[in-house]
Design a protein around this ligand. Structure first.
Ligand SMILES: *[C@@H]1O[C@H](CO)[C@@H](O)[C@H](O)[C@H]1NC(C)=O
Ligand SMILES: *[C@@H]1O[C@H](CO)[C@@H](O)[C@H](O)[C@H]1NC(C)=O
Ligand SMILES: *[C@@H]1O[C@H](CO)[C@@H](O)[C@H](O)[C@H]1NC(C)=O
Ligand SMILES: *[C@@H]1O[C@H](CO)[C@@H](O)[C@H](O)[C@H]1NC(C)=O
Ligand SMILES: *[C@@H]1O[C@H](CO)[C@@H](O)[C@H](O)[C@H]1NC(C)=O
Ligand SMILES: *[C@@H]1O[C@H](CO)[C@@H](O)[C@H](O)[C@H]1NC(C)=O
Length: 533
């Protein structure tokens, strides 16, 4: 929930606004959640019958994290990535050295029990169908030919922690010996947990209870004592603002999970991180594509290279009439006024925005895809557009550039177009003119870049393993291990970031430019008084 020059910069404002009435709720429901309601009634029904039982069965059988395959003495094979900083105690011949992950065997109330009660997860979306297929959701049929034949699912945008959890079971370097581990995974479903309590008037005590319960459990473990949790990580499949409640005022939004001192010691992966915080990191929203073999990715990439693109640019989304400063109205107006722009309006009732097929077809037929902020900085749509080989156009650096620094190139001009939103808001800039001024050559180069990015932004099907490609999960685990190694070094040398002049509030700059000098994007990130750290 972002306004731009005003004082209402984050998700908390949403709550304040939302409390003004039911209609705003309905609006929010349609615009934010409608995007995820992607199944026709019929297929939902049949899929649901199919899964009612299998969901429970799955969570019983596979949810027990102690049943994860533990690979200790795998046949040696060459390291795929040289970029790993090596741990101190390495046996040279072990392909997993420096990459071991230990998974905490959490009590089931922190993960699979939440799935058993899937009807309570969201007031707006029936999450029961979305947790099927290990979190990928129901299989998509390919009637319109918008997908390839295998690997496509109606994946919910908030399912990433479940996919990650299941994907971890395929991770090649799991260990049951935590002292060998480079990082410690905490399989807590932080997003699904708080999702149950965001709406419906639950008090702050209820919203915070799992958070307190979890840290209490963690700190008692010997693994915690080693580094005070600095080597622990977990995934929250919602935007960071849902976990950052400032006060205990009942009207404030979300829980305070990310403000607990123990949690601040961990590495938290979320689909949208805070630009002003050093311990949460953006990971891609899930897309609809979850390949189980490398070849499925290569074929899709080739298809996107050959794809005929009819529209110069396109936009799928709803206006935000209640959000001061939103440029979505202008974007829709500019798109309507251009014969080169294709618009998929998501505002009213049942519409094509609910259809993954319609969305993916439009992105595939477009050269540029407009990605203004939504209710918060980021949108799932940015990743759907990359998957479709459509060059994303961002209007705020918080929408991707300062978020997904592990997954996307730091040089944003190599794969995207940036049009500062204040210039659109002032009516100074024609999006069409900017996009038409980009040469065919540059377009080709950017498109090739994003097509190359596809494997990095998709989550592979957790029931199988890609052979040579590294997916969004692999990149995220690498990012965590590198960060933990760095922290380990700092602790060993007795260095503390705050003593080194590190300013938490400038975190977005450190990630991007390695320092905190003046930056042309400073105006986008003036921190609101009440955002905390
Ligand atoms: C996991 O399974 C083992 C044996 O199958 C059992 O002893 C343990 O209690 C289970 N853990 C959880 C969290 O269900
Ligand atoms: C666990 O790993 C450590 C360090 O590599 C080793 O010293 C220890 O013997 C291992 N423990 C078990 C039970 O294998
Ligand atoms: C919060 O809600 C729970 C469940 O409804 C209730 O048991 C508890 O007393 C409430 N706590 C406070 C402080 O109101
Ligand atoms: C809680 O927040 C509301 C709305 O912002 C405000 O009116 C109220 O005074 C606050 N209550 C307390 C105890 O701070
Ligand atoms: C956080 O980690 C530091 C070590 O880096 C440790 O001294 C501190 O106690 C930890 N905090 C908590 C709450 O465990
Ligand atoms: C960023 O990418 C663009 C386009 O590929 C290229 O022209 C430019 O030199 C790159 N900048 C840096 C600093 O590498």
């Amino acid at each position: 929930m972002e306004t731009f020059n005003g004082n209402c910069r984050n998700h908390f404002c949403f709550v304040v606004t939302a409390s003004f009435g039911f209609w705003f709720f309905m609006f929010y429901f349609h615009s934010f959640h409608a995007y995820t309601l992607m199944e026709s009634k019929n297929s939902v029904q049949s899929i649901q019958n199919q899964y009612e039982n299998s969901v429970l069965r799955n969570s019983d059988q596979q949810g027990n994290i102690s049943s994860l395959p533990v690979i200790e003495n795998e046949t040696p094979q060459p390291l795929k990535q040289q970029s790993f900083e090596e741990n101190t105690a390495i046996i040279e011949s072990d392909p997993c050295s420096g990459r071991y992950v230990y998974v905490h065997d959490l009590p089931s109330r922190f993960n699979v029990d939440i799935l058993k009660d899937c009807k309570t997860i969201s007031m707006w979306t029936d999450m029961c169908k979305f947790i099927s297929n290990m979190g990928l959701g129901p299989k998509l049929s390919n009637e319109e030919g918008a997908f390839s034949n295998k690997g496509w699912f109606a994946t919910n945008q908030f399912a990433v922690e479940l996919i990650f959890y299941n994907r971890m079971k395929q991770y090649k370097c799991l260990t049951s010996n935590s002292s060998m581990a480079s990082a410690i995974f905490v399989p807590f479903f932080a997003g699904l947990d708080i999702s149950r309590y965001l709406w419906g008037g639950f008090n702050t005590t209820t919203r915070d209870s799992s958070s307190f319960d979890l840290v209490e459990w963690l700190v008692k473990k010997p693994e915690w004592q080693v580094l005070g949790g600095r080597d622990h990580f977990l995934v929250g499949g919602r935007i960071t603002w849902d976990f950052r409640r400032q006060t205990d005022n009942e009207t404030d939004w979300g829980n305070k999970f990310l403000f607990l001192p123990q949690v601040k010691n961990m590495t938290i992966l979320t689909i949208e991180s805070s630009p002003w915080s050093s311990y949460d990191f953006g990971i891609p929203y899930p897309t609809y594509f979850h390949p189980s073999k490398d070849i499925e990715v290569f074929q899709w990439q080739n298809r996107m290279r050959r794809q005929k693109r009819l529209w110069w640019f396109s936009f799928a989304g709803a206006p935000r009439p209640n959000m001061a400063g939103s440029i979505r109205g202008q974007i829709i107006d500019q798109c309507r006024a251009s014969k080169r722009c294709k618009l998929l309006e998501c505002s009213s009732g049942v519409n094509q925005c609910n259809s993954p097929s319609s969305l993916m077809k439009m992105f595939q037929r477009s050269i540029f895809c407009l990605q203004p902020q939504g209710d918060s900085y980021t949108r799932r749509s940015a990743f759907d557009s990359i998957l479709a080989g459509c060059i994303p156009v961002f209007f705020h650096p918080g929408s991707a550039y300062v978020q997904y620094t592990w997954h996307l190139p730091l040089n944003h001009t190599s794969y995207s177009v940036f049009i500062p939103e204040d210039e659109v808001r002032d009516g100074k800039i024609s999006i069409e003119t900017v996009l038409l001024s980009i040469s065919r050559e540059e377009v080709r180069a950017m498109r090739e870049k994003i097509i190359e990015l596809i494997p990095r932004i998709v989550y592979a099907d957790p029931r199988s393993r890609l052979e040579t490609l590294e997916d969004a999960f692999d990149i995220a685990v690498q990012g965590v291990i590198q960060r933990v190694n760095r922290l380990r070094e700092e602790i060993k040398e007795g260095r503390v970031r705050n003593d080194m002049g590190f300013v938490e509030q400038n975190h977005w700059k450190y990630a991007l430019i390695g320092g905190d000098g003046e930056h042309e994007w400073d105006r986008f990130f003036t921190k609101p008084e009440d955002a905390g750290t």
